[in-house]
Design a protein around this ligand. Structure first.
Ligand SMILES: Cc1ncc(COP(=O)(O)O)c(C=O)c1O
Length: 431
């Protein structure tokens, strides 16, 4: 039964007048829903309504909320040390986390830079690539080759490798680094990649090789730039092209890492290793802001030779609370049947979301791992969609034409069914 409280304790009026929310205007902000607490896969609103979180809080809350194992790791670490600067000092949580990351990623990735958020991990990766070439005496190799449809974050270097049309290039024209963009991979996941699918990327590499430091991509799944799943063969061939043209490959697994696509890392679908790998989001099971950029010894030696130092050092680098939580989260994942859970979610999503295609408003339905996407023909009204889903006990936040879910891996069959039925119903209303 829904328990409605008469008085709101959370000062949403202050929120409306003073607090920026993501991508909003301070003059005409969209409504925000006050949350009292969250537990398991449920977000509980202040008025008592409980919502199944179909977003895993922007894809990071893979184990659900209020996990005893993560709470314990955090409070144990809190009793020892909340934070200490990382310049000149080190500590067990950072060392143990780095050990784990080195263990679960490809053997070539041996060096770990721990930072605060996904966008910063991408900044660090881009800086690593550029510093690598500077230290080889090739300063002109300072551009990044990215893909259309990409999303890599909101800081300046990260924005500069996001899709040039749907990203923020126009808005910040003149103040953003200029990079090169190849077409979005057209070959889909599970399909072969033909030679012509790579002709654009090959010709950009041929023409601009001496200006390009690295190629950056989100392996297998382009996330916030379009929820697009592409061929593993494309990834294999792009890795080979990077080798052929001596370009570093940066894999941004901030969204795909830690099992989301059915394998621990999306690069495993192609059995390739990047030169630089970005991790974030689910790294701490969604508890704390933390990210990591790993690189191979070609990159670290290239930067470090002749007394070179890598020029980055955030205040909260290697924060012990976040590192301790990340260790607990990775161990929790490794000790859980996550492959089965993600496979079951994939199966159920593809079976139950199929019904959406009957709606005239729907363009396409696609699923991969614990990701279900319904692409509409027209842009979705965010406010109306959120009202609808909240009324159904669901938390989903569509963008553009895309209605999608990336639930916590612990979601059960019944809860996932409630989620997919609400999505199907929404698509019918839109028709
Ligand atoms: C692939 C990818 N890279 C980078 C980012 C940026 O991460 P953050 O929002 O933690 O800065 C995101 C966020 O959605 C992402 O999906």
């Amino acid at each position: 039964m829904i328990r409605l409280k008469s008085l709101t304790m959370i000062d949403t009026n202050f929120d409306k007048n003073h607090i920026w929310h993501p991508y909003t205007s301070m003059q005409n902000p969209l409504p925000v829903y006050p949350v009292a607490k969250a537990d398991g896969i449920y977000i509980e609103l202040e008025d008592g309504r409980r919502l199944i979180d179909g977003m895993a809080s922007w894809w990071c809350m893979i184990h659900g909320y209020n996990r005893p194992e993560l709470n314990q790791a955090l409070s144990t670490q809190l009793g020892k040390m909340a934070h200490v600067m990382f310049g000149g000092l080190t500590h067990e949580p950072a060392i143990e986390l780095a050990k784990l990351l080195v263990q679960i990623t490809p053997p070539s990735l041996q060096k770990v830079f721990i930072s605060d958020s996904g966008s910063v991990a991408v900044e660090v990766a881009i800086k690593m690539a550029k510093q690598y070439w500077i230290n080889q005496g090739q300063q002109t190799r300072n551009k990044i080759l990215s893909l259309r449809g990409a999303y890599h974050g909101d800081t300046f270097a990260a924005m500069s490798v996001c899709d040039p049309v749907t990203g923020m290039h126009q808005l910040f024209e003149g103040s953003m680094p200029l990079n090169y963009f190849a077409e979005r991979p057209v070959c889909r996941f599970g399909e072969p990649c033909r030679e012509e699918d790579l002709s654009n990327i090959r010709s950009l590499l041929k023409t601009h090789k001496h200006e390009i430091a690295a190629l950056i991509l989100e392996p297998i799944v382009q996330g916030a730039g379009g929820m697009w799943f592409y061929s593993a063969e494309y990834l294999i061939k792009v890795r080979a092209l990077c080798d052929e043209y001596d370009i570093l490959l940066i894999a941004d697994e901030i969204a795909t890492g830690f099992g989301r696509t059915g394998l621990m890392f999306a690069c495993e679908h192609a059995n390739i290793a990047a030169d630089i790998l970005c991790l974030g989001k689910a790294l701490t099971g969604g508890y704390m802001s933390l990210a990591a950029t790993l690189c191979n010894e070609k990159v670290s030696d290239g930067i470090s030779k002749d007394s070179g130092v890598f020029m980055h050092g955030p205040t909260f680098m290697g924060n012990p609370l976040a590192c301790a939580t990340a260790i607990a989260s990775i161990n929790l994942l490794l000790n859980s049947p996550w492959q089965d859970r993600v496979a079951n979610i994939e199966q159920q999503l593809s079976k139950e979301l199929k019904a959406c295609i009957e709606s005239k408003a729907v363009n396409e339905v696609r699923t991969l791992g614990a990701i279900g996407v319904v692409e509409m023909k027209e842009a979705i009204d965010l406010k109306l969609a959120q009202e609808f889903f909240v009324s159904k006990g669901i938390w989903i936040r569509p963008f553009g034409k895309l209605l999608y879910t990336m639930p916590p891996y612990i979601i059960n069959k019944k809860e996932l069914n409630q989620l997919t039925q609400a999505i199907v119903e929404f698509t019918k209303l839109e028709a």
